[in-house]
Design a protein around this ligand. Structure first.
Ligand SMILES: NC(=O)c1ccc[n+]([C@@H]2O[C@H](COP(=O)([O-])OP(=O)(O)OC[C@H]3O[C@@H](n4cnc5c(N)ncnc54)[C@H](OP(=O)(O)O)[C@@H]3O)[C@@H](O)[C@H]2O)c1
Length: 236
């Protein structure tokens, strides 16, 4: 039985997922399972970490594909018998700031929800049962200020709706997990310079993942069912 903390990250090929994998892989006692749609996209990260003396597992995972998710679940079960932390990071943003809700193509909404909501749920349903064997399960859902109902605005409507829905998922699962050792939280990383965030964003990916890593490694008396930015609770 592996004594390290097994942390699975979706969408680790670039952006915040990659930064989180990089950060966690250098933490003592962590065994990071970085996943990506194309496994080959993880090779630069793997080489870089290996050179620095860190170990990382790289696996294929498309969150929209049942078979891919099931293959990962099976591999984790055979290799480790459990998962300790899951960072649901993978997402897409394919509508525009100028897109009006009244003109939003329904296929754009469907595709966005398929990755950002159904994908998160598919991976969560597959891997959270493996957390029951963990000393301390942690689920971290990458949400966004764009999904905050308390500050809801217009622009990128499909993305906004998907992130509000992810927050609902966080609340429902946290309630279902109350009384277990599993903690479930949403995080807004702030506006970060990634392919999704664009070049004008004020934060680096490394700054953005600080709260993500904090939530993935919460102590037993840490919060559950919350929405955080910069390690502080924010309104839903
Ligand atoms: N950047 C920001 O300012 C910001 C702000 C608030 C919230 N967020 C959230 O933070 C998370 C990471 O965003 P980011 O800025 O790092 O985005 P990004 O640079 O566009 O990276 C997105 C990642 O998701 C992966 N992905 C997309 N569809 C996938 C699928 N079907 N299966 C598996 N992986 C898939 C991508 O993989 P491929 O390389 O295969 O496409 C990529 O690794 C997202 O949930 C985003 O909504 C970001």
């Amino acid at each position: 039985m592996v004594s390290q903390t097994i942390t699975v990250i979706t969408g680790a090929s670039r952006g915040l997922g990659r930064a989180a994998a990089q950060r966690l892989a250098s933490v003592d006692g962590q065994r990071v399972v970085a996943t990506a749609r194309n496994r080959a996209d993880l090779e630069p990260l793997q080489s870089e970490l290996q050179l620095a003396g860190h170990r990382i597992e790289c696996r294929q995972l498309d969150v929209t594909d049942d078979n891919s998710v099931d293959a990962l679940r099976q591999w984790l079960s055979e290799h480790f018998g459990r998962v300790d932390a899951l960072i649901n990071n993978a997402a897409i943003s394919i509508d525009r700031y100028s897109t009006s809700l009244l003109e939003l193509p329904l296929d754009t909404l469907r595709a966005t929800l398929e990755t950002n909501l159904v994908g998160v749920l598919r991976v969560t349903q597959a891997l959270v049962p493996l957390m029951r064997a963990s000393r301390a399960g942690r689920v971290v859902n990458l949400s966004s200020g764009m999904g905050q109902l308390s500050d809801m605005n217009a622009g990128v409507p499909a993305y906004r709706i998907s992130k509000t829905a992810v927050n609902a998922l966080t609340r429902i699962l946290a309630t279902e997990m109350a009384g277990t050792r599993i903690k479930v939280n949403s995080v807004c990383p702030g506006w970060c310079r990634t392919d999704l965030g664009g070049p004008d964003a004020p934060r680096t990916p490394e700054e953005g993942i600080d709260t993500v890593v904090w939530l993935a490694t919460l102590p037993d008396d840490g919060p559950s069912g919350g929405f955080f930015r910069d390690r502080q609770p924010i309104p839903w």
